[in-house]
Design a protein around this ligand. Sequence first.
Ligand SMILES: Nc1ncnc2c1ncn2[C@@H]1O[C@H](COP(=O)(O)OP(=O)(O)O)[C@@H](O)[C@H]1O
Ligand SMILES: [Mg+2]
Length: 255
Amino acid sequence: MVKVKNISKQYKIKEKRGTPIYIDAVRDMTFALESNKIYSLIGESGSGKSTLSRLLTYIEKPTTGKIWIDSKEVTSLRKKQLIKMRSDIQMVFQDGKSALDPRQKIYDSIAEPIRNLTNINKNQEREVIEDLIDKVELPINILNMLPSELSGGQQKRILIARAMSVCPKFIVFDESISGLDVIIRKRILDLLLKLQQEYKSTYLFVTHDIDAALYMSNNIMVMKKGALVEKALGIKSCNDFNHEYSRKLINSHFI
Ligand SMILES: Nc1ncnc2c1ncn2[C@@H]1O[C@H](COP(=O)(O)OP(=O)(O)O)[C@@H](O)[C@H]1O
Ligand SMILES: [Mg+2]
């Protein structure tokens, strides 16, 4: 279970004659995500989706508010304690090219979180990685290749395998399917759904693609200007939303 209480994030952008200007990227958000469930998060560009994603995965600290993973309050943890918790939460970014080290073989890219966050030995490591490659439906010889030798869809699968390698309880996908053509995109979504069944992780699927959001889940969170407009559970059609803004957003289909 992921719980968030009154979190906000302010960025200081520039100082005009010594007076700093602040942007409220996330404003006073409170919500909870149940374990073993998928939630989609939608919102216009600039509504704060990526900022919230970084706060939830402790890449950045919130300006105010608290975050709990299961019963542990992660916002109060020190760096060392935080590292121990890192395997519980993973983030899959949008861009495979920049997320994968171009000089590193695929094997080592996937191994990175295992080496940094677990005590698994070298033999077990290979076993885990070969099993993951199988799970993301790629051929085993891809492990010896460099990212540049892979297609966009294959790179996405590697990022997914890398995130899954530490069996996280909670995974945030921030625009993870952007930049793929329609057929490949659907295959990746199906893969994510299959893996969720297997790993029982909680997903927060962040996207500006309404169709993908609905394909992944009927639990939809809607953000507008840094704030949570609503968290709608069991949505079957856009009429099930409480807020006019959510209905409008969904009706626009592709934000
Ligand atoms: N590191 C940063 N420094 C300053 N402003 C930022 C930073 N990151 C995001 N912002 C601002 O916060 C707001 C929300 O951005 P973002 O979280 O990227 O939205 P989204 O992912 O929904 O497009 C935007 O106005 C953006 O310009
Ligand atoms: Mg974003």
